[in-house]
Design a protein around this ligand. Structure first.
Ligand code: S6P
Ligand code: ZN
Length: 185
């Protein structure tokens, strides 16, 4: 494979991606604490929460995969729109998140419940250590757009999150985004 370039549009989203994944509330209904609100949103048309636009690279050691994610602003009850969240299948792999626009929080967590939150806003570069599950929240009023770069062999383990959940979540508090214990656990 030869070196190649991808471009982003005016919103920072990858132009001409090789693959697109759209996630709606119905794709991650169990992630949210307020299940009554989930049902309301499903009845109201099942809104899109985020879109991932991916470049295709071979899944072999040495390659780097990358994609842009665009998260819509929104709330499910008082919990911000979030990504599904995952561990990497290969837990020795790290990841870089570069925020292009909007504002949010990246929540990272280990299996022994160590957790940390990092602010995402235009220009922030976050390094996610190997072995840390990660999930992002759009805490602003605009789309949150970011680029993620990770080893092409990393793989995504969503099951562990669906079964165990994160120990914390991010809600809209009186003084802005607030990290609280996750009632889904
Ligand atoms: C991939 C990286 C991101 C996420 C994306 C959506 O390793 O962490 O590109 O895939 O932000 O999140 P999720 O949890 O649905 O994959
Ligand atoms: Zn990842």
């Amino acid at each position: 494979m030869k070196p190649f370039a991808k471009w982003t549009d005016a919103h920072g989203m990858m132009a001409e991606p090789d693959n697109m994944i759209v996630r709606k509330i119905s794709d991650m209904a169990s992630a949210y604490s307020d299940q009554a609100k989930v049902q309301e949103l499903l009845a109201a048309g099942d809104p899109v929460v985020y879109e991932m636009l991916e470049a295709s690279v071979p899944s072999v050691a040495g390659e780097l995969a990358f994609c842009t994610t665009t998260m819509r602003p929104g709330l499910v009850g008082d919990e911000y729109f979030m990504t599904k969240g995952h561990y990497h299948e290969d837990e020795t792999t790290a990841e870089i998140y570069y925020t292009i626009s909007g504002s949010g929080i990246l929540l990272a967590e280990t299996e022994n419940n160590d957790h940390c939150c990092l602010e995402m806003k235009k220009g922030s570069i976050i390094h996610v250590e190997p072995g840390w599950a990660h999930r992002t929240y759009n805490t602003g009023d605009e789309p949150l757009v970011f680029l993620a770069v990770y080893p092409a062999t990393a793989g995504h383990n969503y099951k562990k999150i669906e079964q165990g959940g994160f120990s914390h979540t991010v809600t809209k508090g009186e003084n802005g985004p607030t990290v609280v214990e996750n009632a889904r656990r």
